[in-house]
Ligand binder design. Structure first.
Ligand code: ATP
Length: 240
């Protein structure tokens, strides 16, 4: 099966600083893949490169087998890729519903199964708070708006960048409970996650990055904690 997304020897730079060194990554349609690694490993850079926010060689990133490296973000969204960015980036001063409606407008009638009602069914608290300005919501509720907004782009591939950062354990569980629901609707998901146990539980496969390189990849259920620890902190390459 052609991967929905793949990277091929992906390198990326911030000025002179090289952040990614030959990253080979792939995700199949409908698959959930976790991307773990310490701060600064290059996880967000990989997502930014995929979204077209960093200039890379076109051939280094493929969507449905077609080269898309450096395509502008709106074209990636039109191609079915959406991101829940680190730090949420909601429109402050607008209500929950207004934030979500922006995404509906951006999707411009693109086919997909996500509607405002379906997002409210996924996160019932947002239905209750639909007329509240987003800044009055808790961090967890804001994260739900951010996820809802990405879903309303009708993605075939959803990129989630540390969606549970700074949230209470109860809220983290609540947010992760919806991952299978999103996945069951056929959407592939890349989860950038600092919590290794959570990443392992929630994913079919995982990749570990260290200093801009993939140091471990395999089926999440097959990978041992020791292999992850080695790949996370260094000490040799491993493929499970
Ligand atoms: P984190 O968990 O901290 O977000 P990460 O694995 O997502 O970590 P990246 O944010 O991708 O890591 O950063 C990879 C490397 O690129 C780091 O060394 C970081 O300092 C550097 N970097 C990230 N953004 C920039 C930027 N805008 N300009 C220069 N260097 C950057």
């Amino acid at each position: 099966m052609t991967p929905i997304l793949s990277t091929h020897g992906l390198t990326a730079f911030y000025g002179d600083f090289q952040a990614l060194y030959g990253v080979d990554f792939e995700i199949a349609p409908g698959e959930t893949v976790a991307l773990i690694g310490a701060n600064g490993a290059g996880k967000s850079t990989l997502l930014r490169a995929v979204m077209g926010l960093i200039r890379v060689d076109p051939e280094m990133i493929r969507l449905d087998g077609n080269p898309v490296g450096s395509q502008p973000p709106h074209q990636m969204v039109a191609g079915g890729v959406a991101i829940v960015p680190e730090g949420r980036r909601l429109f402050v001063g607008m209500t929950v519903e207004e934030n979500l409606r922006v995404a509906i407008d951006t999707a411009r009638g693109r086919a997909g199964s996500w509607s405002l009602d379906r997002v409210f069914d996924l996160f019932p608290i947002l239905r209750e708070k639909r007329r509240e300005p987003v800044q009055r919501l808790s961090g967890g509720q804001q994260q739900m708006v951010s996820i809802g907004r990405a879903l309303l782009n009708q993605p075939r591939l959803l990129l989630c960048d540390e969606i549970t950062l700074g949230l209470a354990p109860r809220v983290i569980r609540e947010i992760y409970e919806i991952v299978p629901e999103i996945s069951n609707s056929g959407t592939a998901i890349i989860l950038v996650e600092q919590d290794v146990s959570l990443a392992k539980q929630a994913s079919d496969r995982l990749y570990c990055m260290l200093e801009g390189r993939i140091t471990l990849s395999g089926r999440s259920s097959d990978i041992s904690r020791d292999a992850i620890a080695e790949a996370y902190f260094g000490g040799g390459d491993a493929v499970a």
